[in-house]
Design a protein around this ligand. Sequence first.
Ligand code: NAD
Length: 253
Amino acid sequence: MGDRFEGKVALITGAGSGIGRAVTLRLLDEGASVLAVDVDAAGLEDTAGFGALAHGDGELATAIADLSDPDACVTAVHTAVGRFGRLDVLGNVAGILVAAHATDVTREQYRKLMAINLDAPFFLSQAAIPHLLQSEGNIVNIASNAGLQGVPYVVAYCMSKGGVVQLTRALATEYLKTPLRVNAIAPAGTRTNIAATAAFPADLDAELAGRMVGHRGMTEPEEVAALFAYLASDEARSVTGAIYTIDNGLTAS
Ligand code: NAD
């Protein structure tokens, strides 16, 4: 593994599972120090266990936080900077899925999903930007194919991920005259726990629901982490405002 993140500091949300864990381990392996944030304490502990085997010279710290609270987002940024003295990369990875007929989504489900998937990346970015401007750093958001196309039975999820796409473009544009870069990755079916936590309606239309499924199998979280590491590294210094799909051709077809 390379050393592209030697001396750099990253804050990664959703680090207790799936893509966030894979990103955390990849950046650690490439020399970063990482503040791994998640609401799931047991998941973070497992990530820390894997992190202890990483090859880089950086350190892993963990913070348990419910990022649906904007104050917790601000605190997470302060914790990263307080612990490591700087911030180079913000990875907005944490997310949840609500699967239901559009008319069955409760207000509570809707508000919670928006708070985690869309509000948190905004408030984390707000708090992180002054530090990222200082370090000439960058933000990588995890959007989704559902932010680029309509997908049935996940209307609020689609709305939130469309918002993440526009958050990415708007911030990238606002900071075009600075070194700060803001990009997003739009994965499709990736082998993580997210789908396991969302029960799709029993009476769904299988033909429509097939839009969620690609023709070339599932993506592994480590593949998304490799793309993340590229975008967050200096090798991508000309890349900003980009939405990189990693979806086996789903959104192209
Ligand atoms: P995952 O369920 O394995 O991981 C999500 C993590 O987010 C979990 O550790 C969870 O505890 C954490 N989280 C949830 N609510 C939180 C909160 N309030 N505060 C802090 N952390 C919280 O799922 P994943 O697939 O790794 O998801 C990562 C991102 O990838 C999400 O934004 C998801 O929407 C996106 N994504 C996933 C897929 C896929 O097929 N897995 C496809 C496209 C996009």
